[in-house]
Design a binder for this molecule. Structure first.
Ligand SMILES: [Zn+2]
Ligand SMILES: [Zn+2]
Length: 458
């Protein structure tokens, strides 16, 4: 089989993998690069524009995996778009939100090429979206009408435990198999249960490496971390400060809300209204509505009932009084300009009463990352619009990730027993750690760090 990594950059970037097997062609994921803008954030679709693509399969609905789907569909207007049925409930919301964000950025940041696609375009192509249950074999090439009748490879979605609807993708050809992890969590989160990858074996493995640069400390437990978060929140409330937890709208938001609901139910944290963003609210409702379909804990816990959720209105974060305890669970982790997280952080950073709690990855080159790295009392450039900030507030980092730790992924390589591993979705440092660690344990496995656009024979 042949594989082309279409991610334009060497880091987590925009996920998009082109696969050719038994003469059939599949695109797995169609992401955007979270740190790049405009066409530079798109996968290298030009590299495959002349291919007769049969289908597009989506691992999950985070922007780095699905954000450029309408652009991919321009190149391949007939390709059916296959995803899990839970992703099917989310995907249009995610894409319409992208259009809104791009329109805003065009206006506020002057990015002329935005929006790269329109609401109409999404509506006009949505009939090609198809949702499937986990663990069903799908003959994807059969969707290409020009080649009907030819034997088709299959694909199957495996529950990845990362965010609602997330999946690893198994591709089975006549002789070879490929497994793509997507983003995966091998441990239970508060709501979503761990990935169900137990019987995965494949000849070729495409693996995420997000946490390759992070060793799990001895004795670390997620429960311990949630407990530490509860105590930290309660102590800020007691000193009448505000708490900002910057998170992504899909997945992180709901996990944190579930933790808050359980903390308030047990009395560990005093009852409080919780301020969230509009998109966070939409996905929270879908989490509630689809609780019975997801493989999760606390299926009876309806976040919108259990918590007093207040949606922040446009511009509210800039003006709201912060002299009474408030909890904000808002997008985004990057704290990009003009977001509620950005405006709140700017107002809170200089006051020791307040706290900003990070619960996941914050890229060091973003406002969020710079804030996270700043020492107490340090003055640093926060953002272009916010200028310099002196950090006086409490900042803590809680490891409540939705990504597999590197030790679990290394064990997973042993389980899959592949001939070839392709490393993606991680920094150079992370990929190098995996390359060395895999070779040490399994010297016969061929390891590839596929460069952008380059064809890999696997
Ligand atoms: Zn993800
Ligand atoms: Zn990702």
């Amino acid at each position: 089989m042949q594989i082309r990594n279409l991610n334009p950059s060497q880091d987590i970037g925009a996920s998009a993998w082109f696969v050719q097997i038994d003469g059939h062609r599949l695109l797995m994921d169609a992401g955007t690069h979270p740190k790049l803008e405009g066409h530079a954030s798109m996968p290298l679709y030009e590299e495959i524009k002349n291919e007769d693509l049969d289908a597009i399969a989506i691992s999950h609905c985070h922007h780095d995996h699905v954000g450029s789907l309408p652009m991919a569909q321009r190149y391949f207007p007939k390709a059916h778009v296959l995803m899990t049925e839970l992703s099917y409930f989310l995907v249009e919301r995610v894409l319409h939100n992208s259009v809104n964000v791009m329109m805003r950025q065009k206006e506020e940041l002057g990015i002329q090429e935005y929006p790269l696609f329109t609401h109409d375009e999404i509506d006009e192509t949505a009939h090609l979206f198809q949702g499937f249950r986990y663990n069903r074999e799908i003959e994807w090439a059969a969707f290409n009408k020009t080649r009907a009748g030819a034997a088709s490879p299959t694909l199957e979605f495996y529950d990845a435990g990362h965010a609602l609807g997330s999946a690893g993708i198994m591709v089975r050809g006549s002789k070879e198999t490929l497994f793509y992890t997507g983003d995966v969590s091998f441990r239970d989160q508060t709501l979503l249960k761990a990935a169900r990858f137990n019987d995965v074996r494949a000849d070729v493995l495409i693996m995420e490496t997000t946490r390759g640069n992070r060793m799990t400390p001895l004795g670390f437990t997620r429960e311990g971390e949630v407990d530490r978060l509860a105590k930290a929140i309660q102590s800020v409330i007691q000193r009448r400060g505000c708490i900002l937890i910057p998170v992504f709208a899909l997945g992180r938001t709901q996990e944190i809300l579930a933790q808050l609901a359980l903390m308030m139910r047990s009395g560990q944290v005093q009852n409080q209204p919780i301020y969230i963003g509009g998109l966070g609210r939409v996905f929270t409702e879908i989490y509630d509505l689809q609780a019975h379909r997801a493989n999760r804990n606390h299926t009876g816990l309806k976040l919108t009932d259990a918590l007093n959720l207040i949606v922040l209105e446009k511009g509210q974060a800039e003006k709201m009084r912060l002299n009474t305890p408030r909890i904000f669970v808002v997008t985004a982790g990057m704290m990009s300009d003009k977001t509620a997280a950005h405006d709140l952080a700017l107002r809170m950073a200089g006051d020791p009463k307040h706290a900003i709690f990070f619960v996941g990855y914050a890229d060091p080159d973003t406002a969020g990352g710079r804030l996270k790295a700043a020492k107490h009392g340090e003055t640093f450039l926060f953002s272009p619009s916010g200028g310099e900030v002196t950090r006086q507030c409490q900042i803590e980092d809680f490891d409540l990730t939705a990504h597999a730790n590197r030790e679990d992924l290394l064990d997973f390589v042993g389980q899959v027993n592949p001939k070839t591993v392709l490393l993606g979705h991680g920094s150079e440092e992370s990929r190098m750690w995996f390359q060395n660690a895999i070779l040490e344990r399994h010297p016969k496995i061929k390891i590839v760090q596929p460069q952008p656009g380059v064809l890999v024979e696997a």
